[in-house]
Design a protein around this ligand. Structure first.
Ligand SMILES: C[S@@+](CC[C@H](N)C(=O)[O-])C[C@H]1O[C@@H](n2cnc3c(N)ncnc32)[C@H](O)[C@@H]1O
Length: 277
């Protein structure tokens, strides 16, 4: 397989190491992602409930579009619109751009925190389960504000503190290293949104829980999604049978009739850039 090209920022500079790693990990998962993305589909469907009515030929950005699943949903909802999918990962964009249902879309490689677009370009920015990968929510808000037209909408989902708390607790029976991504609380994220120049139409948190027959099944799904992120240690840990045994033990207090729960604290937001007058 040829090496995946490094994503560039808007000045053509290669991305920093950690963002390159995110891009590469997602790129490698592009062909397995859709079959494993049950949480992502559930969350995106809920996020889409916040989509506004738009003029027929509106200009729309799907930020962190991944394989283009949600870009397709946007095409179906706004068939005449001019739709662009942006992602950090060339592998994801290659996959999305081959989808025949998305042949009229535009594609852009880039970083949400440095959007490669001009001011006031979009009527709607949509983003599902992508901005939690960014470093600074305030920067995300500033970028979205910049590229939205006055009166434009930002509809998104992201993760909050407490996500995967069962897995986090189970890892404590293995070691004290961080193995699960941490996120800011809803109240902290609310503060960041409130201090942006976007006005809040709605912003709420909901728990979404998936169940797995075993720790191995959970890890396989995370790997297929490209979200076995975080630290090298987690990946090394995955290989070891004794680690899996300890994790299974650590998970026991949470096990239900449905299996091992993996719960996510999901924030759903609908924001608007104030009109010029
Ligand atoms: C969990 S996937 C979600 C994809 C899609 N929105 C969906 O709901 O199926 C997250 C996507 O965000 C992209 N991503 C992560 N950080 C990003 C960043 N800073 N800028 C642009 N895309 C990013 C990843 O490459 C990945 O494709």
């Amino acid at each position: 397989m040829p090496p995946i090209p490094a994503a560039l920022d808007r000045n053509g500079t290669p991305l920093r190491q950690d963002k390159r790693r995110i891009a590469e990990t997602f790129g490698k998962a592009a062909t397995t992602y859709d079959a494993a993305a049950s949480l992502q589909q559930l969350v995106a469907a809920r996020a889409r409930l916040g989509l506004p009515e738009l003029d027929l030929q509106a200009s729309i950005l799907d930020m962190g579009c991944g394989t283009g699943n949600e870009t397709r949903a946007l095409v179906e909802r706004y068939p005449e619109a001019d739709i662009t999918g942006l992602d950090l990962s060339q592998g994801m964009l290659d996959f999305a751009s081959q989808n025949p249902f998305l042949s009229n879309c535009h594609w852009a490689i880039g970083d949400i925190e440095e959007l490669p677009f001009n001011e006031e370009q979009f009527d709607l920015v949509f983003s599902s389960l992508a901005i939690q990968w960014c470093e600074c929510l305030s920067e995300v808000m500033a970028q979205v504000h910049r590229v939205l037209k006055p009166g434009g909408w930002f509809v998104f989902s992201t993760l909050a503190a407490g996500s995967l708390h069962e897995l986090n607790a189970a890892w404590k029976s293995v070691d004290d290293k961080p193995h699960v991504n941490s996120y800011e609380s809803l109240s902290r994220q609310k503060q960041r949104v409130a201090s942006s120049d976007l006005s809040i139409s709605s912003l709420r948190q909901q728990t979404e829980t998936l169940y797995y027959p075993s720790v191995t099944h959970l890890f396989k799904e995370m790997k297929a999604l490209g979200v076995n992120t975080v630290t090298e240690t987690q990946q090394k840990g995955l290989a070891g049978k004794s680690t899996i045994r300890k994790l299974t033990e650590g998970y026991k207090p949470f096990v239900t009739e449905k299996g091992l729960p993996a719960s996510y604290q999901v924030i759903y937001g609908v924001l608007r850039k104030p009109s010029a007058f």
